[in-house]
Write a protein that binds this ligand. Structure first.
Ligand code: PRP
Ligand code: MN
Ligand code: MG
Length: 198
């Protein structure tokens, strides 16, 4: 049987620390939005856990909607050219939109998404990302709420996947290189040493 413990090098952020940080972010968001009900836009699939925990932590009314996007281009790295696979059902006119992401890696997906949503006449568009990889940021998209800055390592759990696996883990963990190295034929040797998060 598959042994998840064998694939994990270390727990980076245990469940309780994630919970505490999301509570802190929720207090900031409550202050900033007050009675202006935010529309939380979750980016499928990675953001599912963050959206569901953040929404339940917030003591102000919120609504939720979801988008699925896909980067064009070969390999596993973002290219910045994005295709919408599932669009919002919600009309954004006059709404205060809060995009919620599990991780900002290059920032290219969010940079495109923020501009796309801003073109739909909302009152505001801000970004909340649980994790950010400062070493990998290419786009300087402004992120209003950041949970944790993390090193450039392959992180999984709490929504984050490797090949669709591990999203269900309660903690955020760093993967053992052997768990992905052998099956990664997607880039150069250097890419294999520092793979993208997705
Ligand atoms: C991952 C992650 C972010 C995005 C970040 O999603 O959840 O959405 O990549 O990358 P970027 O900052 O370089 O653009 P992925 O495309 O793997 O889809 P998933 O959420 O379904 O796992
Ligand atoms: Mn994602
Ligand atoms: Mg992914």
């Amino acid at each position: 049987a598959e042994d998840i413990a064998n694939d994990i090098r270390e727990v980076l952020l245990p469940e309780e620390r994630i919970r505490q940080r999301i509570a802190e972010l929720a207090r900031e968001i409550e202050q900033d939005y007050g009675d202006d009900e935010p529309l939380l836009v979750g980016v499928l699939k990675g953001a599912v856990m963050v959206v569901s925990d953040l929404a339940r932590e917030l003591r102000i009314p919120v609504t939720m909607d979801w988008m699925a996007v896909s980067s064009y281009g070969s390999g596993t790295e973002s290219t910045g050219v994005v295709r919408i696979l599932k669009d919002l059902d919600t009309d954004l006119s006059g709404r205060r939109v809060l995009i919620v992401e599990d991780i900002i890696d290059s920032g290219l997906t969010l940079s495109w998404l923020k501009a796309n949503l801003e073109s739909r006449g909302p009152a505001s568009v801000e970004i909340c990302a649980l994790l950010r990889k400062p070493e990998r940021l290419v786009s300087d998209v402004p992120v209003r709420y950041v949970g944790f800055d993390v090193p450039n390592e392959f992180v999984i759990g709490y929504g984050l996947d490797y090949d669709e696996k591990y999203r269900h883990l309660r903690d955020i963990a760093v993967m053992q290189p052997h768990a992905y190295g052998a099956s990664c034929h997607c880039g150069s040797a250097d890419d294999a040493a520092t793979p993208a998060t997705h």
